[in-house]
Design a protein around this ligand. Structure first.
Ligand SMILES: Nc1ncnc2c1ncn2[C@@H]1O[C@H](COP(=O)(O)OP(=O)(O)OP(=O)(O)O)[C@@H](O)[C@H]1O
Length: 310
């Protein structure tokens, strides 16, 4: 005969599942609007929270696209790794304080057998950095510095929480076009930070370092720093430095724009062929180019006067 306590616990778990799961439960709280973007792992829609009208972004990930699952405290079933990482970074119902440079997960839902819906804050006046650069062309160095500094601070926060993003790139950075504040998004390729070697990678190949292309191995910090080098080049030159594997493994970016020697030296040191020759995040922040003064709290629209195309 079944122990009554076990039956009660199972029924409690069922109640939790019923409360958390299901499209109906989602639809009572949120509405879904236009497609904002889609990528390898899912589609992202705009939407709003019914209770207060707050604008949100809703990421829909179909179950069969999910590669990594995690056990999360308080959850009966494993959840997509992305949800577990976002929760550790202060999202969802967790009590961990978040970081202003990292997108906040507000909620998530499982649609059993089909998909997951992750609800994010949607900053006002935001545009991803890929579109921002596509519209404006290469950014001036002071704006690139301002963005890079914020990205590094967000990445440092992730590392302090034991998480590595592994897909830092322009498409995964949202810019508030009024204030110049940025938020890192898309932890779908992230992982727990460890000192040992990684042999799996779901990030973006053109942002990945020679050691991944050649040997399918890398350490978290040099991988991150390489991607920051690609990102900085992309911001100041208007496009990424390498398209082909053969160019990545040469690790010799050629510069099609006039940029300062200090900026060039920082890019080249992040894009060092040997992972051990790349600077740490702290060393990047101390680099002479990063130390140059820029209008840190300035209004982005003020700066945009330089480029009347906006
Ligand atoms: N919180 C958000 N607020 C506003 N826009 C967002 C938000 N999250 C994502 N987007 C938009 O949706 C796009 C895709 O988001 P995201 O990178 O998380 O999805 P993905 O399916 O993992 O994409 P990929 O596979 O290309 O990395 C982003 O580039 C951005 O333009």
């Amino acid at each position: 005969m079944l122990d009554k306590r076990i039956v009660d616990v199972r029924l409690d778990q069922l109640e939790i599942l019923k409360a958390k799961n299901g499209k109906e439960h989602f639809e009572k709280q949120y509405t879904m609007g236009n497609l904002l973007g889609s990528g390898g792992f899912g589609s992202v829609y705009s939407g709003h929270r019914i209770s207060d009208g707050q604008k949100v972004a809703i990421k829909q990930i179909s179950r069969d696209r999910i590669q990594q699952w995690s056990k999360m405290p308080g959850e009966v079933n494993p959840v997509p790794n992305e949800i577990a990482l976002l929760q550790s970074l202060g999202g969802g119902s967790g009590s961990v304080p978040g970081h202003r440079g990292i997108i906040r997960m507000l909620d998530w839902f499982e649609i059993p057998g089909q998909e997951y819906l992750i609800v994010f804050e949607k900053p006002q006046h935001c545009q991803d950095l890929f579109d921002f650069i596509t519209e404006r062309g290469a950014l001036d160095e002071s704006l690139a510095r301002r963005f890079l500094k914020q990205v590094i601070e967000a990445v440092q926060f992730c590392h302090s929480k034991g998480i590595v993003h592994r897909d830092i790139k322009d498409e995964n950075i949202l810019v508030d076009t009024r204030t110049g504040d940025i938020k890192v998004i898309d932890f779908g390729s992230g992982a727990t930070l460890k000192d040992s070697m990684y042999t799996d990678f779901e990030g973006t190949r053109v942002y990945s370092p020679p050691e991944w292309i050649l040997y399918h191995k890398y350490h978290a910090l040099p991988l991150t720093v390489w991607s920051l080098g690609v990102l900085l080049y992309d911001m100041v030159c208007g496009d990424i430095p390498f398209e082909q594997d053969t160019d990545i493994v040469k690790a010799k970016p050629s510069f099609n724009k006039r940029i300062s020697n200090d900026c060039r030296s920082l890019i080249c040191s992040c894009l060092s062929y040997n992972p051990g020759d790349r600077p740490s995040l702290e060393q990047i922040l101390q680099h002479p180019w990063m130390m140059e003064s820029s209008v840190d709290n300035g209004d982005l629209q003020e700066e945009s006067k330089i480029k009347p195309s906006l």
